[in-house]
Design a protein around this ligand. Structure first.
Ligand SMILES: Nc1ncnc2c1ncn2[C@@H]1O[C@H](COP(=O)(O)OP(=O)(O)OP(=O)(O)O)[C@@H](O)[C@H]1O
Ligand SMILES: [Mg+2]
Length: 240
């Protein structure tokens, strides 16, 4: 097996009386897509926060690209190749799509012209060059989701953490955005993807992990995972 890009070993996070994440482990190969599903409050976003460094883990360790990053701050982790989107999409307002994507590029570009060129190349590559000059306020939710991914990609990550990029989209928009996720992977980027729409995440995931009450209750082949009795029970047990 190739060296894992990300190796999360027994991480946990407690908030007061809530064990948000209770000892979860995961190995992710380069350019692999792993989907993460689970009921509301299962600890999915908290698990991402432990990987991105938003919070430090109470136990265990996080290894990325051969380096122990357990105590690294989020800025350093981002610089070393961990990109992320947020559950609530917040584009920079008063800017065009291209300018939104230029912001992270300006940090390492030689000039504004170079950053602009980089942003256009990325938008073109992702098939959304047509909206480059659109003001970010004018975008549909589906377009904003794509821009959010483009912006995260502009930092040049090796790993992208996508937190519910499909949320709020109608079924046709979901069908449009899914190939976009695969396209990102085809650029050599590994993806961890939190989603509530199980059928959608199954379609693009190489493997799938299910969290419930902060615990990993299933992990592996998506088809096998959704048939797992523990998974069926977790979903039925929380449905209204
Ligand atoms: N910063 C925080 N402070 C206190 N409690 C938190 C914090 N972040 C998360 N929690 C709690 O940890 C638990 C897991 O929350 P988390 O947001 O990780 O779940 P989730 O699986 O992402 O849920 P959802 O599907 O609704 O987004 C919840 O009980 C939540 O209230
Ligand atoms: Mg969440």
């Amino acid at each position: 097996m190739t060296e894992p890009l990300l190796k999360v070993d027994n991480v946990s996070k407690r908030f007061g009386g809530v064990q948000a994440v209770g000892g979860v482990s995961l190995e992710l190969a380069p350019a692999e897509i792993v989907g993460i599903i689970g009921p509301n409050g299962a600890g999915k976003t908290s698990f991402f926060n432990l990987i991105s460094g938003m919070f430090f883990t109470d136990t265990g360790s996080v290894n990325f690209d051969g380096v122990d990053i357990t105590r690294q701050n989020p800025v350093k982790r981002a610089r070393n190749g961990i990109g992320r989107t947020f559950q609530v999409v917040k584009p920079f307002t008063g800017m065009t799509v291209a300018e939104n994507v230029m912001v992270p590029l300006l940090v390492k570009s030689a000039s504004v012209t170079a950053a602009r060129r980089g942003a256009m190349e990325l938008l073109d590559d992702l098939g959304i060059a047509n909206i480059a000059d659109a003001p970010s306020e004018s975008l549909t939710l589906a377009q904003r989701k794509r821009v959010e991914v483009a912006r995260a990609l502009a930092t040049g990550p090796k790993l992208l953490l996508l937190d519910e990029v499909l949320a709020g989209l109608n079924s046709r928009e979901v069908v449009d955005v899914l190939p976009f996720v695969t396209r990102v992977r085809d650029r050599g980027v590994a993806i961890l993807m939190i989603e509530h729409i199980v059928s959608a995440v199954m379609e693009v995931s190489d493997r799938m992990m299910v969290l419930d009450h902060g615990q990993q209750i299933a992990f592996g082949d998506p088809e096998e995972v959704i048939k797992d009795p523990k998974v069926v029970e977790a979903y039925l047990g929380t449905s209204e």
